[in-house]
Write a protein that binds this ligand. Structure first.
Ligand SMILES: *Cc1c(COP(=O)(O)O)cnc(C)c1O
Length: 346
C-alpha cells in the first residue's frame, strides 16, 4: 500500500482486477524471455511456468492457456461426456460468465447449487442430493462432475476454507463425481488465509487459475491436474485454437505474476477499508474476505452511473454493485473514492 495522495481528478477504476497493466519489471521479463515453438515441441519459458505452477498448485502437471475461460472450458471438455450433468454454485463463472460453453462446447448439462453452506459454497448434503444415486438406470441423467469456485466471484470474493473444501471433495468422491476447481482467484484465497495455494486444491482432479487478474499479467491462465489429464487437456487446447507458438513472451509475465501472490494482501486491506468507509456512509456492503466488495443498492444502474460521474468505475455483479481492488488502485485512491462518495449524492 502506498500512502501518496491521490489525484483528485483522476478516474479510479474498480471494474475488475483484470484491468491491471504489466509494469516495467514484467515488461522487461517479457522482452528477455527465451522462446521456442510451443506447438511443434516446446517453449522453455512456457515449460518452466507450467512446472512451477503445477508445483505451486500441488498438482502433477499444468497447462498454460490464454484465458481462464479457456482453462475452464478445456477442463469441462476433458471431464464431461456428452449429456453428463455437472454441478456448480449458482452464479458460478462457469454457469454465468462463459456464454454457456459448458453446455454448448463441452456438452454438459448444467445444474446450479445454492450457496447453502455460506457465500460461495454448497453444503455436502446438497452435493450428495444433487449427485443422485451412484448407479443410475441407463435412461437416467448421469451427474459426473462438481465445479467449485474459490474465491467465489459473484459471492463477493468469498473463500471456501480448507476444511469445507475437504468435506465437499470427500462427498463428491463418495458419490462418484470428479471435481474441477475454478481457482481464477485461488491466489487471493490463499493470500488471505496465509496458506500455500496447494492447501486449497487438495483432492481435486483439476484446477484453473488466472495470472491476468490481481497478479497483473496481461494474458494467461493455467489448468493443472494429473499427467494424463493434462496430456488430454493439451489436445483439447490445440483443438480450441489455444496453441500459442512463442508463448514464452506471455509465460514470462505469468512467472513474474506467480511471484506476487503475497502482495495480494494489500488489495485485501484496501477492500476492507473501502467496505468500512462505504458502510460509514450508510451503504449496505459485504464484509470482504479478499479483494471484492459488493454493495446492495436500490437501483444498480443508477448507482453505477452516479459513481461514474464522480470518476469512480464499477460493474454490476449478481444484482449488486461490484468494486474490485487491485494493484493499480492504491490506499490513497480508496481514500479519495470515499471522499468523493461523501461529497456527492448517492
Ligand atoms: C475471471 C474469471 C474466470 C475467467 O478468466 P478470463 O481469463 O477472464 O477468461 C473464470 N472464473 C472466475 C471465477 C473468474 O473470476
Amino acid at each position: 500500500m502506498t500512502s501518496e495522495t491521490a489525484d483528485t481528478s483522476a478516474t479510479i477504476d474498480f471494474r475488475s482486477d483484470t484491468i491491471t497493466r504489466p509494469d516495467e519489471a514484467m515488461r522487461s521479463a517479457m522482452a528477455k524471455a527465451e522462446v521456442g515453438d510451443n506447438v511443434i515441441d516446446t517453449d522453455p519459458t512456457v515449460a518452466e511456468l507450467e512446472e512451477r505452477a503445477a508445483a505451486t498448485l500441488g498438482m502433477q502437471a499444468a497447462l498454460w492457456t490464454p484465458s481462464g475461460t479457456m482453462a475452464n472450458l478445456v477442463a469441462l471438455c476433458v471431464h464431461l461426456r456428452r449429456g453428463d450433468r455437472f454441478l456448480a454454485t449458482r452464479d458460478a463463472h462457469v454457469l454465468a460468465n462463459e456464454l454457456g460453453s459448458g453446455a454448448w462446447l463441452a456438452g454438459g448439462m448444467p445444474e446450479a447449487l445454492e450457496h447453502d453452506a455460506g457465500p460461495g459454497r454448497p453444503s455436502p448434503s446438497a452435493v450428495k442430493k444433487a449427485a443422485g444415486p451412484r448407479k443410475a438406470p441407463y435412461y437416467a441423467l448421469r451427474t459426473t462432475l462438481l465445479c467449485l469456485e474459490n474465491s467465489h466471484n459473484a459471492a463477493g470474493g468469498a473463500i471456501t476454507p480448507p476444511d469445507e473444501h475437504a468435506q465437499l471433495v470427500a462427498t463428491a468422491r463418495a458419490t462418484g463425481l470428479r471435481v474441477h476447481l475454478d481457482g481464477a482467484r485461488l491466489w487471493n484465497a490463499a493470500a488471505a488465509l496465509g496458506l500455500p495455494p496447494a492447501a486449497l486444491t487438495v483432492g481435486v482432479d483439476s484446477v484453473s487459475a488466472c495470472f491476468s487478474k490481481g497478479l497483473g499479467a496481461p494474458v494467461g491462465s493455467v489448468l493443472a491436474g494429473g499427467e494424463d489429464f493434462v496430456a488430454h487437456a493439451r489436445r483439447i487446447r490445440q483443438m480450441l485454437g489455444g496453441g500459442v507458438r512463442q508463448g514464452g513472451v506471455l509465460a514470462a509475465a505469468c512467472l513474474v505474476a506467480l511471484g506476487r501472490v503475497s502482495s495480494l494482501k494489500d488489495d485485501h486491506a484496501n477492500a476492507t477499508a473501502l467496505a468500512s468507509g462505504l458502510r460509514e456512509c450508510g451503504w449496505d456492503t459485504t464484509e470482504p474476505e479478499t479483494n471484492i466488495v459488493l454493495a446492495t443498492v436500490p437501483d444498480v444502474a443508477l448507482t453505477i452511473d452516479r459513481l461514474r460521474a464522480a470518476g469512480i468505475l464499477t460493474l454490476p455483479m449478481a444484482g449488486k454493485v461490484r468494486f474490485v481492488t487491485h494493484r493499480d488502485v492504491t490506499s490513497a485512491d480508496v481514500a479519495e473514492t470515499l471522499r468523493r462518495i461523501k461529497a456527492g449524492p448517492r
